[in-house]
Design a protein around this ligand. Structure first.
Ligand SMILES: [Cu+2]
Length: 462
């Protein structure tokens, strides 16, 4: 087990700059640079797809999970936002959209306190979100900067067989240092994904995946006001370890939206009345997820098989996400407030410490604790009244691990972490697109301790 302290985190600006240099246009830079922008050597030399330098031990890029927006000019669709992620830059060459995907080691932060050595793309876990339009001809260069072979598979896309990216079936694996070219025309629209399709279990459980959004050729007559993409995945990271364990089959212990655990997940924002689309994809290696949203009713409007005709859409508050699938949900943000969105398989809103200890709920452990303290000073049995206090107590957690649950909220400790985020619906949102903070409930709209007079009035006898 590697217990080295986490490497210092720096920003993604370096990669964006080199990506923009590759694409040859300043228009690919984000509209707003991060405030704490620092130059950073990414070990990248992206002057051209064929001019990639390899070192024997590639230096890991560093991914902090910050959202990087890309709003290219001249597009006729509303760009998708990938919370904690970014959109893949491209350039037009002779009528084709050209992308450069770089498979490489990435030092990734899941949430403050947990950093691991993962594998990803273009310096991120997960890889950037591809965005294109039905009918586009795309040319995707895939460079392998890992120490083992890989491929890139376009999950759900209707491509020629030889472009399907399955190692051994449709192509030879891309060896370290090699760059392969994929080229095809997009024949459909919707929400798709991409991932390694060589040594799949290892490479995907180390993070090698991303989303691929194709907008319809004819612009939508009534596009949503907000369009978000969330990719679900799962990991095994032993407490204190720096490397996710890809061989784990059942006891996955870190569950993520776009590679992040709450409180590392960025909230999804909406103005009251906005129509909101959320494109959810699941590339967890072993789990399906039940993604549940509060405060609103949504409809599942599309799968990765295509749009669902309106007559076939039905209202839901939880969408089942089989692994290997996408589901696109839409709703009108009619209800102001802070609304949670999380996996309803409740071990998936726990993190590393949430498993593998004896059940002592309801047990008086006073005497036991005293006896054990003689051998282990500071010992305390955990969870005698439940697990809620296991983050709240501010208990020291082992180095490079997350508390079992959540983080601080407006009204106390939030007892969920992992695959958990917030949808913040407000009458007005900050002009800079930033997080509006916690919701202030209008008077009379919040649960409070019951007053004596109310109990008496309603005949509640305690
Ligand atoms: Cu789940």
């Amino acid at each position: 087990m590697n217990t080295d302290p986490p490497a210092p985190l720096t920003t993604r600006r370096g990669l964006l700059t080199s990506a923009a240099a590759l694409m040859g246009t300043g228009a690919l830079l984000p509209a707003k640079a991060p405030a704490d922008d620092k130059a950073m050597s990414m070990g990248h030399d992206m002057h051209g797809a064929g001019a990639v330098k390899m070192s024997a031990h590639p230096k890991a890029a560093t991914s902090t999970g910050r959202t990087e927006t890309l709003h290219p000019e001249g597009v006729r669709y509303r760009p998708v936002t990938t919370p904690n992620g970014m959109t893949m830059p491209w350039k037009m060459v002779d009528g084709a959209k050209v992308y450069h995907l770089v498979a490489e080691p990435v030092t990734h932060e899941f949430a403050p306190g947990l950093v691991a050595e993962c594998w990803g793309y273009n310096g991120r876990v997960h890889g950037p979100t591809f965005e294109a339009v039905e009918g586009d001809k795309v040319r995707i260069y895939v460079t392998n900067r890992l120490e083992g072979p890989t491929t890139a598979h376009w999950h759900g896309l209707l491509v020629p067989s030889g472009m399907d990216g399955v190692g051994g079936v449709s192509q030879k694996p891309i060896e370290p240092g090699e760059t392969y070219k994929y080229e095809f025309t997009l024949r459909q629209h919707g929400t798709f994904m991409y991932h390694s399709h060589h040594d799949e279990m290892t490479q995907m459980q180390l993070g090698m995946m991303g989303m691929f959004i194709i907008h319809p050729r004819e612009p939508e007559p009534n596009p949503p006001d907000r369009d978000y993409a969330l990719l679900l995945s799962e990991w095994k990271i032993e407490v204190g370890a720096r490397r996710p364990d890809p061989s784990e089959m059942t006891d996955l212990n870190v569950f993520t939206f776009n590679g992040r655990c709450f409180p590392g997940t960025e909230a999804l924002l909406a103005r009251k009345g906005d129509r909101v689309r959320i494109r959810v994809g699941n590339l967890s290696t072993m789990s399906h997820h039940a993604i549940h949203m509060h405060g609103h009713v949504f409809k599942v409007v599309a799968t990765d098989g295509g749009p669902i005709p309106e007559a076939g859409q039905w209202p839901e508050i939880t969408v089942h996400m089989p692994t290997g699938s996408t589901r696109t949900i839409e709703f009108t943000a009619s209800n102001t407030g802070d609304w949670v969105m999380h996996c309803h398989m409740l071990h998936h809103v726990m993190t590393q410490m949430g498993h593998q200890f004896g059940n002592v709920i309801g047990v008086n452990t006073d005497g036991l604790d005293k006896r054990i303290t003689r051998l282990l000073p500071g010992y305390m049995s955990m969870g005698t009244t439940g697990m809620a206090d296991m983050g709240e107590m501010g208990m020291e957690v082992p180095r490079n691990s997350l508390p079992m649950v959540g983080g601080p909220g407006k009204h106390g400790y939030i007892t969920m972490g992992g695959m958990f985020t917030l949808i913040k619906v407000r009458d007005t949102l900050p002009a800079d697109g930033g997080d509006p903070g916690w919701y202030d409930c209008p008077p009379g709209t919040q649960a409070t301790p019951a007053a004596e007079a109310d109990l008496k009035h309603d005949g509640i006898v305690l």
